[in-house]
Design a protein around this ligand. Structure first.
Ligand code: AKB
Length: 319
């Protein structure tokens, strides 16, 4: 019976990943950990600072962990506010995990990369797996460096490490923290609670996005794929939906006709403009049969359905 540890289990992706893994495996097999202690009493939770090598090592030994999902990171917007600290944290948590995998304490490691590895000279439409990569954000530089390092550890020390380049991920259970694509989550909460939203990205800024169930599917699917099928040992492109803030607002208006949006851009606009609009993920499809399921309307409907229940609001979702 393999045992799994999710590091960063209170974060946006960590929260949903943990629930899904606990549906698939027994509760005893899946441990949660985070630097923040959860509000409710959670079973199989261990408080962990992933930058501290010794604490991670003792948790792995004590809990007899086989697989680790390393979901702790400082995202693009927050990283620009504290560049040195963000670089330090993002690289330290990765190196700790790589060293622990090298020394045999982790048998299989998932580490997330991002579309932030691309930059202003990358082709923006259907961005290929292999292309120009010149990220100009601290977060993007740390993810690109991370990709090079995971491939290096795989080639040199034969560790099993797997990765995908997440686009912006949209979900309702937990808010994202400090990313450039966060507007696409905030908008739903404010549409329901206030009937209006001020976007920090300009109305025509198209970005690659994905609904959480697809992101979780990609994550677990690549971890369960037979190792010999994986030809990419840096990180796989994965694609979902592309839309602009205006298109998302219109899709929400189809269900909430009174909803209004306006635009006041901030420093994240420049980050968004350096990223792709859409992604070519044919290699992920070929190697581990991955394809997203949610389109814009299905995602909007499911978000409004879940959030209106969370806020005890009645919203008619038939058009
Ligand atoms: C961010 O906006 O920083 C993240 C990402 C695309 O990796 N959501």
């Amino acid at each position: 019976m393999k045992k799994i540890l999710v590091i960063g289990s209170n974060g946006q992706i960590g929260t949903d990943l943990l629930s899904k893994l606990r549906e698939i495996y027994t509760p005893e097999q899946v441990w949660a950990s985070d630097i923040r202690v959860p509000q409710s009493d959670e079973h199989h939770f261990i408080h962990l600072d992933a930058t501290d090598y010794e604490s991670v090592k003792s948790a792995l030994i004590k809990l007899e962990i086989d697989e680790v999902y390393l979901m702790a990171a400082i995202l693009s917007g927050n990283a620009e506010k504290m560049p040195n600290k963000a670089w330090d944290i993002n690289m330290k948590v990765l190196f700790n995990a790589l060293e622990l995998a090298k020394d045999g304490f982790i048998k299989k490691l998932f580490w997330p990369s991002s579309i932030a590895v691309f930059g202003p000279h990358t082709p923006r439409i259907n961005t290929p797996q292999y292309t120009i990569m010149d990220p100009n954000t601290v977060y993007g530089i740390s993810k690109l460096a991370g990709e090079r390092w995971i491939e290096y550890y795989k080639n040199r020390y034969h560790i099993d490490v797997r990765s995908v380049r997440y686009p912006g991920v949209i979900s309702w259970k937990t808010m994202p923290g400090g990313g450039t694509t966060d507007y696409a989550v905030e908008i739903f909460h404010e549409a329901l609670l206030k009937g209006r939203y001020t976007s920090f990205l300009e109305k025509h800024t198209a970005l690659p996005m994905m609904y959480m169930p697809d992101a979780i599917d990609a994550t677990i699917r690549i971890m369960e794929a037979p190792v010999e099928k994986l030809r990419i040992h840096s990180s796989y492109n994965i694609a979902g939906i592309t839309f602009t803030p205006e298109e998302l607002a219109n899709a929400i208006k189809a269900y909430l006709p009174e909803f209004e949006i306006d635009y006041q851009t901030d420093f994240r606009q420049a980050i968004a403009e350096s990223w792709p609009e859409s992604i070519d993920d044919r290699m992920a499809f070929k190697d581990w049969h991955w394809h997203h399921k949610y389109d814009l309307d299905a995602m909007v409907k499911d978000m409004l359905d879940n959030l209106s229940q969370k806020y005890h609001m009645a919203v008619s979702l038939s058009m």
